[in-house]
Design a protein around this ligand. Structure first.
Ligand code: XIL
Length: 338
């Protein structure tokens, strides 16, 4: 008996990917990754703190290792992320003496120019190293341009980050314009956020994307992280994907994982078997919804490969393979309705 390959099971619907760091590109983990996934997202290696630790220093060692791996194994790469309020070095928002940038015209121009330089230098680096975007040698097909800029608790729906404090709302459109100039037309430019399946997050997310499109901002796609737990409403996910299906954008599930914890009060080393089974059915239900929206989905990405290497707290066991790389009920849920 051989395990069905996830990427084959879903080949006629969308590419299925996984977030990776160096360990996923080695040994047994790599074997599992390559059997099941057609695309990778660097989990950390392309973030601003990894690529641009100080204003004068760019470091691409980690990012290149992951892109090299993709080239060697014919995987697509989904880039993540150009602008975020986390994992972004403090120097972006400071003067050389450590004082904070203000909202003065000069400081705003400085931060915009830093953002543009950051985006342009990343794009130029991968073009120089792997060839023109869209050509055979360069596997980068999409990039999260801005990550988590929505806050449903603000009257304008926008997160009060350092980007917002210095620049106001305009930095979002600017980031997309810089990215289009830097990457050209062959890398799909995504906005990305979490909890987008909730109605109260969906509304400001939709309003923001509509307003960007109305201004001619080059947004190609809308990302839904989909960090969920067993029992989160699947019909909410369906409703969010339907809402964006009506817009002229691609969509992507960018960071899917399903925690077996249903509340913060629960805690265990290994989830009860009943939860692992329930998780399998939940994954099945999620993928059944994704299938309905396949024509607008650019890709569907799991936020990791196995439960021993997840960003969630110990015991969450949110992925498709356990720490020994054995397929869980979650794996069977994913391949079941394909
Ligand atoms: C997480 C990584 O998986 C962790 O290794 C890191 O310590 C923190 O960031 N939303 C995102 C991702 O957009 O970049 C985050 O990744 C998870 C939440």
């Amino acid at each position: 008996l051989t395990l069905p390959a996830i990427k084959t099971a879903w080949a006629s619907s969308f590419p299925v990917g996984a977030a990776v760091e160096a360990p996923e590109t080695l040994g047994a983990r790599s074997d599992v990754l390559l059997r099941h996934f057609a695309q990778i997202t660097p989990g950390n290696a392309m973030k601003p703190d990894a690529t641009h630790p100080s204003e004068a220093t760019f470091t691409f060692t980690g990012a290149d290792q992951i892109v090299d791996y993709a080239v060697a194994h014919h995987l697509r790469v989904y880039g993540h992320t150009l602008l975020w309020h986390q994992q972004t070095p403090a120097w972006f928002f400071q003067h050389a003496d450590g004082s904070s940038l203000t909202t003065s015209t000069d400081d705003q121009a400085l931060l915009r120019s830093r953002l543009q330089t950051h985006i342009q230098t990343l794009a130029d680096h991968f073009r120089t190293t792997y060839g023109e975007y869209g050509a055979a040698g360069n596997p980068i097909v999409a990039f999260d341009v801005v990550n988590e800029v929505v806050d449903e608790n603000q009257s304008d729906g926008l997160r009060r980050s350092e980007w917002y404090r210095v620049l106001g709302p305009s930095y979002i459109a600017d980031a997309f314009r810089y990215a289009r100039t830097a990457f050209g037309p062959n890398v799909k430019l995504f906005i990305n956020d979490y909890n987008t399946e909730y109605a109260n997050k969906r509304a400001p997310y939709l309003a923001l994307v509509k307003s960007l499109l109305a201004q001619g901002v080059p947004v190609d796609g809308v990302g839904h992280q989909l960090h969920v737990e067993i029992g989160r409403s699947v019909s909410d996910i369906d409703a969010t994907l339907s809402a964006f299906d009506a817009l002229p954008v691609r969509q992507a599930v960018t960071e899917l994982d399903v925690s077996t914890y249903k509340s913060s009060g629960e805690s265990w080393t290994t989830p009860p078997t009943t939860r692992l089974v329930e998780q399998g059915y939940y994954y099945r239900d999620v993928f059944a919804v994704l299938k309905k929206h396949a024509s607008s989905l650019e890709s569907v990405t799991l936020w990791g490969l196995d439960d021993s290497r997840t960003w969630l707290r110990s015991g969450a066991a949110p992925l498709l393979f356990d720490g020994t790389l054995a397929a869980k009920p979650a794996f069977w849920g994913v391949v079941d309705p394909s």
